[in-house]
Write a protein of this length. Sequence first.
Length: 178
Amino acid sequence: MSAIGKRYARALLALAQEQNQLDAVGRGLADFSATWETSAELRELFDNPAYSQDERRKVVEGVAKRMGMAPMLKNALFLLSDRRRMRYVPDVAADFLALAEERAGRVRAEVVTAGPMPESYYAELQKALEGVTGKNVVLVKRQDDSLIGGVVARVGDKVFDGSLKARLAELKDELLNR
């Protein structure tokens, strides 16, 4: 994340809360960010100085209309475009989501497993993480074959590493230090 992304996210979050449009702005920002990340043409247009400010604004206007975007979000994108900071849209979106969840008393936990796990496992893990953090936990599930087995959970800056890979590394260190 970037300091610029966080600054715009804070301002947008404050406005969205003030106008009771938090969910609409959050969804629209996430959708636009996904479009931004997948469209090389869109990124090229905003990075290319050959396109005027008016041309870039027309593109934002068209995308906003197609997506049914909240006017407040459209205006924020105009501002980013005018200041040539559109490349920070993914940072703004990620920071906006994190700040909105924090204000709602929720926290995201990235859970990485070696393979698919039953939903009951995730439910128990969610309860345990909620007990540790004292907040409602939203699980984001991923798989990583390099783990061999076990689970790694990342909540903010804290990492709970219960993977077999980590345990084997600990045993190796323990044996080498004897």
